[in-house]
Structures are given as C-alpha cells and as structure tokens.
Design a protein around this ligand. Structure first.
Ligand code: ADP
Ligand code: MG
Length: 648
C-alpha cells in the first residue's frame, strides 16, 4: 500500500526476549510493521504467539529487547520512563481482557482515573467521565462498583476509561475474551464506532467473526508476523486526519495533585481497616512514649531546678573533695568564714548521717541532717506544725528533732500530731519540735526533706555523729553581685588554712549548670527510650506498607498502564504512610497530654511538663517515621514493571 503520510506507529525489526531461568524465550522475533492513523487492526494468532507482547510494546507498557519503535515519527525504544508514561497517558488507551477495574471505586471514578494523572480539574473530569459513560449506555451505572456490574458493562467502563484522556490509539487485548457473545458483539460494535470516528484501534482476538470488524488483519505465529492483509485500499478513514484527541484533555497540572494522592491514600487505608488500625496503634504507642518520656524528663528537670533555686540566687556551697588527699571541712572552718569574710548573710554548716528512728507507731531508718533552722528556712522548707530550731537549741546540744512530713506519718501514723512527743534516735530520746509540710516535689525520689529528720547542728555533731568534720557549708552572700568576691575570699581563706584545692566551692550558678546538665542527660536518655519504640513502630509501618504494595501490585500496574508516573506512585504510597503516622502521632500526642494532666492532678507540682518544643518533636517524629519507613515500600511500588505488575 502506498501512503503519503508517515505512519503513526512504525516497528522496525522489533524483538522481545524473556529470560526464563537459564534459557531465553523469544516472545517477538523481528516484527516490522507500520500502522497509520485511523486504521482498525485485528491481531490474530494462537495462544503464546506474542500478541500481548506486541500490544504491550506498542502501548509503551513494555520495551523491545531489540529493534526500533517510532510513534508519530518519534523514537520510543530509547525514550525514558516519564516520556513513556506520558505516551500511555495521552496517546494510548488500554482495554484488557479481564477489565482491570479498581474494585474499591465506582464506575465513574474508574473512568476518571487517567485524567487525574493528566492533571485535569475535578469538575471537568467528572463531566467528561459522565459523558463517556452515557455514550456507552452506562449513565444508570455510574455509581456502581465493578462487582455490581455485568462483564459486558465492566468492559464498557474500561473502554470509557481508555478514552478518558482522548487516546489517539485504543489497544484492546482480547476485550471479548471474558464476556458472552451478545456482549462481545456489543463491545466490538463500540470499538468499530470508535474507528468510525477516526481513532486508531488495535484489537487482539482469537475470533474470526470479531476480526471481521477490522479492516486489516495481522497474524502472528511463534513471535513472527506470518500474514498481513494490509490496509484496505480506498478506505477513507485511513487517509483521514490523525485522531490526536489529546487536546480534549488539556493538561493543567504536571502531576496528580497531592489532594488526589491523599484521597487515594485515605481510600486505601479505609479499605483495610484492621491493618490500618494496627499500624496506627504502633505509631500511637511510639509517639506517646517519646512525648511522655520527654515530658517526664522535663518535669524532673524543673523540679531539680526548683530545689536548687531554693538556695537563693546568692548561695555558695563548700564541700570537701573526695580522694586520697581529702581534707576535713570542720566547724572551725565555718567559724572562720563567719568571722573573717565580710558581706555574708548567713553561714550554715551541715552534717549528714543516718540512724534508726523509733516512733510511737513504727521505727524507720532515715537520713539525718544536722543544720540550722535558718538554713532550713532559706531552703524553702515549710512547717506543718511546730517551730524551727533557734541558736539556743544548738548551743545547748538540745535533743530536739524536726521530722519530714512523710517520716512523721510513718513514725506516728498519718492522723497523729507528733509535736511535743518523743522519738528514739540511736536509742536516745529526742523531742519532736516541728513537722515539715508536704509541699515539695516528691517526684523521682527528689524529696530531700520529706523522708529525713533534721537536728540542731551541735546536737548532731556531739550527740549523734560524734565528729566535727562537716559535709558542707552553705554560705549566702548579702548581695547577689558580691557572690564572686565572697567566693574568692572563701577560697583564699580555706587554702590558707588547709592548702589550695582541698575543697569544692561552687556558687549557685555553677550548681544550677551541673543540675541542668543532669536534666539534659535525663531528657536524652528518656528521649532515646521513646525513640526506640518509635523505630519499632516505624518498622511496623514499613511492614504494612510492603504488604500493601504486594497486595496491590495489580492496581499499581494498572495505574501505570493508564499513565501514572513513577513519582505519582511514589507520592501515593508515601502519602499513605505519612497519613497513618500523622494520625497516629496526633492521637499519641493527645494521649500523652491527657496522661500527663492526669499524673499532675495527683501531685502538688507538675511531674510531667510539656513544652511546645516537645510537642513539635513528638509530632514531627511521627510523620518523619512514616515518611522514612514508608519510602522503601513506596520506592518498590514505583519501580515496578507495569507488565509484570499487571500479570500479578
Ligand atoms: P499471547 O498474548 O499471544 O498469548 P504473549 O505475548 O503473552 O502471547 O506471550 C508470548 C510468549 O512469551 C509466550 O511463550 C509466553 O510464555 C512468553 N512470555 C510472555 N511474558 C513472559 C514473561 N514475563 N516471562 C517469560 N516469558 C514470557
Ligand atoms: Mg495474550
């Protein structure tokens, strides 16, 4: 046949080989073929002769192993993945033997799908799909799901879908193979009508009767073309203008919008509720633990800082260094500081020890601090009953004691008022002169006063501990600005008395800094524990996404066949993962906030403290986990070969 115009499709010595184990199967062996715009071609041949392989190569679902393929004069055999996806989207419409409709969406939505990847606006898409369905006599079936349609109806939905983006070439691979003869005739009539209106139609069939609709018949046998009737001469359609209808679906956006990906993701997640719920649970627990742990660490940090702050902004602590050359810090050092250093508000030497305390009800071993009433007050300790010591108690070595709130409760019983009563400490009677209020942070054991007993300094030194070396001296400067000067003066004094470097002298700011570091380490450790559970949750997300990809292989193949790019598929699956983890993250966060509030309602000070920063970390951890762990499965889905995926 002589044609003046170049062919729409030109195959030149095209071959396709498959590896089957060690052997190679030649599915196509050097096919040379030209098809012009407007032709209606029937491809025939026995099963296994290479018909599907030929269709897949023409439709850019598959690539030739050898030879050349030109579409509209442009080389396709060397085109990249995105260019081939564009051709599938804009130039070709596929109709498969087994329909390949998406089960979870309606006929209308199935038809609209190719236009999503072409970036057509929703309203326009909807109208065009409704129009196509009505042309195919399916306006009463638009809202039905595929399983509510007959075979013939399903195939007509598939034809509508193939036409959605205005395909110039309709490729139908045994479209009547799964329907009865009446419906088969109907489908062939539809394809003939498309050809009538100028579209190029290529149909694979076994049926001679079906093939009669076509104006050209090609026979394949064992991968080779064995006969070709050629275009019928004088056929007006062949010389008709090329039916490039891609204009009908003018492209408005370069990719399917994120909103579409999100919609698809939501549908997929809803499609398998129990699996989604389990993934959600993993993320909820993960984010809950990260957030709660960080909140607890922050609470700890706050309560440590509060306790340290109670020393006052101008406090200085002197304590002996431990080690071989340690020197004792003595009462006379305290006296020297008090008498020789100017600008001091107060000086409080302290000794610590322990003992067995025997009360009216119970006995208990407790920490005992020998100190002054002033130091206790300055530290922010408050009395529930009684009074603090005065100078006189210490000077007289008076056997008096102030009990921590919890300690008093356990020695005398919760209801008792022990002031005025006696207890035994190391076998000697001491009169209780005060009980501390239970108003301290009691979290994490950081309640120095609550389980301890306090005795006057000299009482402790002489009666209880029998020594005069101190555990610490607390000094408070009269003026916050003087702290440095006072600290230096003390350092000089003590090194005159004992030699340099014998003691640790730290001011409030330094202590705060150390405590702050402890708090930071706590945050880190707790955060890490939380992060581990988040990683476990992430692995759960990955597992479930992989299962989802495996289960939906056919769907992925179909989406690619109708023109989805690799990045459309990638976006869709990442979107799915991010959605599960974002939602799980939000729930976990709310849970952590709720539990924190509950815990705090049982304690006088907040033990769980959430800063905006913690909440941000919690939520972004969740979403990041989803995206990071969802990436590998999404990558796998996007990298699938469309033909292999469709065969799954
Ligand atoms: P038809 O559609 O005419 O029945 P196909 O094009 O599907 O034939 O297959 C042609 C030949 O290529 C057959 O022998 C088939 O077994 C082989 N083949 C097709 N796809 C693959 C594949 N993915 N791997 C290995 N062999 C394949
Ligand atoms: Mg086949």
């Amino acid at each position: 046949m002589e044609h003046n115009r170049p062919p729409l499709i030109a195959l030149n010595d095209v071959s396709r080989r498959y590896r089957a184990g060690d052997a190679e199967v030649g599915a196509l062996k050097g096919v040379t073929l030209e098809i012009h715009a407007g032709e209606f071609v029937a491809v025939m041949g026995p099963s296994g002769s290479g018909k599907t392989t030929l269709m897949n190569i023409i439709g850019c679902l598959d690539q030739p192993s050898g030879g050349e393929y030109f579409y509209g004069g442009q080389p396709v055999h060397s085109a990249g993945v995105d260019d081939r996806a564009r051709l599938r989207r804009e130039a070709f419409g596929f109709v498969f033997q087994d329909y390949n409709l998406l089960r979870m969406v309606t006929a209308q939505e199935n038809v609209e799908m190719p236009a999503i990847y072409a970036g057509m606006r929703k309203r326009m898409r909807w109208a065009r799909a409704a129009d196509l369905l009505s042309t195919l006599g399916l306006s009463h079936r638009t809202g039905h799901h595929p399983n509510e349609l007959s075979g013939g109806e399903r195939q007509r939905v598939a034809i509508a879908r193939a036409l959605m983006n205005g395909a110039a070439v309709v490729l139908a691979d045994e479209p009547t193979g799964s329907v009865d003869s009446r419906n088969g005739k109907e489908i062939m009539a539809q394809l003939a009508a498309l050809s009538e209106r100028g579209r190029t139609v290529i149909v694979v069939t076994h049926d001679r009767a079906v093939a009669r609709y076509a104006n050209r018949r090609i026979e394949l046998f064992d991968g080779r073309m064995t006969s070709d009737t050629g275009a019928e001469p004088g056929d007006a359609r062949v010389s008709a203008a090329p039916a490039s209808r891609a204009g009908a679906a003018r492209i408005q956006a370069p990719v399917a919008s994120l909103a579409e990906s999100a919609r698809t993701a939501r549908r997929a997640l809803r499609g398998n509720k129990s699996r989604t719920a389990l993934t959600l649970l993993g993320i909820v627990i993960g984010v809950f633990s990260v957030t709660a742990m960080l909140g607890v660490a922050q609470g700890m940090r706050n309560s440590i800082l509060d306790s340290v702050r109670q020393l006052g902004g101008s406090g200085i602590t002197i304590s002996p260094r431990f080690g071989e050359d340690s020197k004792p810090l003595t009462l006379s050092d305290a006296a020297a500081i008090r008498s020789q250093i100017p600008n001091l508000l107060w000086v409080a030497p302290e000794m610590n020890g322990g003992g067995i305390l025997v009360g009216a009800k119970n006995s208990e071993s407790a920490r005992i601090t020998a100190t002054t009433g002033r130091a206790m007050q300055e530290r922010g300790l408050l009395l529930a009953q009684g009074a603090f010591f005065d100078e006189g108690h210490s000077e007289r070595y008076a056997p008096v004691v102030i009990l921590g709130g919890l300690l008093a409760g356990s020695l005398f019983g919760e209801q008792a008022r022990p002031v005025g009563e006696y207890i035994l400490i190391s076998g000697e009677p001491y009169q209780v002169i005060g009980v501390l209020k239970r108003n301290e942070a009691t979290f994490g054991g950081f309640s120095p006063g609550q389980r301890a007993a306090h005795v006057p300094l000299m009482t402790g030194a002489t009666r209880l501990f029998g020594r005069d070396n101190l555990d610490s001296i607390q000094v408070v400067a009269a003026d916050t600005d003087e702290v440095e000067t006072v600290q230096n003066a003390i350092e000089a004094l003590l090194s005159r008395r004992h030699g340099g470097g014998a003691f640790r002298i730290a001011n409030q700011a330094e202590i705060l800094e150390v405590q702050n570091n402890i708090g930071r380490i706590a945050s880190l450790v707790f955060g890490a524990i939380g992060a581990i559970s988040l990683v476990v949750a992430g692995i759960g997300v990955m597992n479930i996404m992989l299962a989802s990809v495996a289960e939906r292989t056919r769907e992925i193949g179909l989406r690619m066949a109708i023109g989805a790019r690799e990045r459309d598929i990638l976006t869709q699956f990442i979107c799915e993962a991010a959605m599960v983890s974002g939602l799980g993250g939000a729930v976990g966060l709310i849970g952590a906030l709720g539990l924190g509030a509950l815990a705090n309602s049982f304690t006088p000070v907040a033990v769980v403290v959430f800063t905006p920063w913690i909440l941000l970390v919690g939520l972004s951890c969740a979403t990041l986990t989803g995206v990071i762990f969802g990436f590998a499965p999404a990558r796998r889905a996007a990298g699938m070969n469309p033909v292999a995926a469709l065969r799954a």
